[in-house]
Write a protein that binds this ligand. Structure first.
Ligand code: SF4
Length: 138
């Protein structure tokens, strides 16, 4: 059963988009990859509305005091094994908001991150490449 799930995950990863505390540009780029121009669904990558249905989390923005409990809750609700992909420079470490009093990141202090995709915001091609790299880690 474990191998079947892994096979399914590699062939058609269902992705949940988790916006921790972004400026929303990274979120717009994630939506871009669903448009007919990039059309990631042709690779089997589907954006889902619940972490309970997801194989991978696309996280954007920094973790701050307010978003940390939500990030942990969403990660707990995602069935394992799940991939975590940090999208954008804010999700990478170190980032420009690090000295802020409210930032409690980095992500990998709280949840395992498989791939980081730098860029402010990263291009759609970079996001697709990041997802493929994360799948190759399985
Ligand atoms: S990396 Fe840049 S575009 Fe993405 S959330 Fe941070 S500030 Fe916004």
């Amino acid at each position: 059963m474990g191998n079947a799930k892994l096979w399914g995950l590699k062939k058609s990863p269902w992705v949940f988009h988790l916006a921790a505390a972004p400026c929303n540009n990274c979120d717009i780029e994630i939506l871009d990859i669903l448009t007919p121009r990039w059309d990631v669904e042709r690779f089997g990558i589907v954006l889902v509305g619940s972490p309970r249905h997801a194989d991978a989390l696309l996280v954007t923005g920094v973790i701050n005091r307010k978003s940390l409990p939500r990030v942990l809750r969403v990660y707990e609700q995602t069935p394992k094994p799940c991939l975590v992909i940090g999208v954008g420079s804010c999700a990478c470490h170190p980032h420009i908001f690090e000295p802020s009093y409210n930032v409690v990141g980095p992500y990998d202090k709280y949840i395992p991150v498989d791939v980081y995709i730098p860029g402010c915001p990263p291009k759609p091609e970079a996001i697709i490449l990041g997802v493929v790299k994360a799948l190759k880690r399985l």
